[in-house]
Design a protein around this ligand. Structure first.
Ligand code: PNS
Length: 163
């Protein structure tokens, strides 16, 4: 039986911290689905299709396309997607106690809803301070985001004017 896990998130945009979790998750699971989900609690900068395409490019650049599937999901519960693809695990990166507090209720609800377990992975310390919101802020003020994002995202910001 193959082990399938889902890495969900807003990925607005994907950062080196996300990619670190994705790359290490790809070493642990036979199939890893990276799923861009609309988070109603956040106002997004990039449309979902754009986030998916930046993620696809980043996964390709890192040589992970073999076992990593990039997609989006906006038609119901995330655990419904997990059930559809046979994933019993959600994999999430945890940078701090703030992340633990934010993730714990979701992990419990997802387990209650569909027996989907959440596994937390500590980031490489080099990326522990990186977040999409920080990247959005630096990029929108004209700063250099290249230390925090994959080349695909760096190039995207160089080509596009941000709101
Ligand atoms: O990167 P984010 O914004 O912290 O990711 C949060 C996300 C999208 C993973 C979370 O909001 C989510 O799981 N949304 C799916 C909707 C859902 O299934 N909700 C019920 C259980 S938490």
């Amino acid at each position: 039986m193959s082990l399938v896990a889902v890495v969900p998130g807003s990925f607005d945009p994907v950062t080196l911290g996300h990619l670190d979790v994705i790359a290490r998750g790809a070493n642990l699971f036979d199939e890893l689905h990276v799923v861009v989900v609309h988070n109603p609690d956040k106002s997004a900068m990039l449309p979902i299709a754009q986030r998916v395409s930046l993620l696809e490019e980043a996964v390709r650049e890192k040589g992970l396309s073999e076992s990593v599937v990039v997609t989006s999901w906006n038609v119901g519960l995330l655990v419904d997607y997990c059930t559809d693809v046979g994933a019993k695990v959600l994999l999430k990166g945890i940078r701090s106690q703030v992340d633990v507090s934010y993730e714990t209720p979701m992990a419990i609800v997802n387990r209650n809803l569909a027996a989907v377990e959440t596994m937390f992975m500590l980031p490489d310390p080099a990326h522990a301070h990186v977040s999409s919101s920080l990247v959005r802020q630096v990029a929108s003020l004209g700063g250099d985001v290249s230390p925090y994002v994959p080349p695909s995202v760096r190039d995207f910001f160089q080509r596009h004017e941000l709101p």
